[in-house]
Design a protein around this ligand. Structure first.
Ligand code: GAR
Length: 194
């Protein structure tokens, strides 16, 4: 059986993208075909290249042009798309071509702290301001609206009295790095075996 090809979309530092690349490095059934960013100077592109993974960068207009990005993924024989800190909206054409095959990670317990403008540190700021006793991560399917696709998995962490944005970010990132690759692996293997 051919390996499942995954495309990783990322916009920033890419710690999750790089963690996924390491996880799938010599996986017998899953291959990271490329990392794509909407920012040509994103650190993740440089780091992924060092790990021997193809990288591409496209303008926001290109990645939001459903026909263009869909054809690109078809030409690259992509089976699944993983959003790892990717902050632009996914065009409907791409979602239609890859139904239930696009996954996102969100750094909070959706439906709390999701939606437009809720990304990265903004999420932790809101969690802190709201004096939440816990937060966590959500891995979910991508649909036409930000952060509202079907949930695949959630992981929680407790928050204490003296948290800061940085301590919350560290706790959330630890969950992301521990669980995101495992959930993606399990979800892809399950999808291929049905
Ligand atoms: C991660 O915390 C991810 O959950 C978040 O961006 C960060 C990217 O970090 N995604 C969102 O906020 C999506 N709404 P990374 O570049 O180090 O992987």
């Amino acid at each position: 059986m051919l390996k499942a090809n995954i495309a990783i979309f990322a916009s920033g530092q890419g710690s999750n993208a790089l963690n996924l690349i390491h996880h799938f490095e010599s996986h017998p059934e899953i291959h990271v075909q490329f990392v794509l960013s909407n920012k040509s100077d994103a650190k993740v592109l440089e780091e992924a290249k060092k790990l021997g993974v193809q990288t591409f960068s496209f303008s926001n207009a290109e990645v939001e042009n459903g026909e263009f990005i869909t054809q690109f993924c078809i030409d690259q024989h992509i089976d699944f798309i993983v959003l790892a800190g990717y902050l632009r909206k996914i065009p409907v054409g791409l979602i239609a071509q890859f139904p239930n095959h696009i996954f996102n990670i969100h750094p909070a317990l959706l439906p709390k702290f999701g939606g437009a403008g809720m990304y990265g540190k903004h999420v932790h700021e809101a969690v802190l301001a709201n004096q939440e006793k816990e937060t966590g991560i959500t891995i979910h399917l991508v649909n036409e609206d930000f952060d509202s696709g079907e949930k695949i998995a959630q992981f929680h962490c407790d928050l204490g009295e003296n948290e800061t944005i940085e301590t919350i970010q560290q706790k959330v990132q630890a969950l992301e790095h521990a669980y995101f690759p495992l959930v993606i692996e399990e979800t892809i293997l399950k999808a291929r075996n049905v």
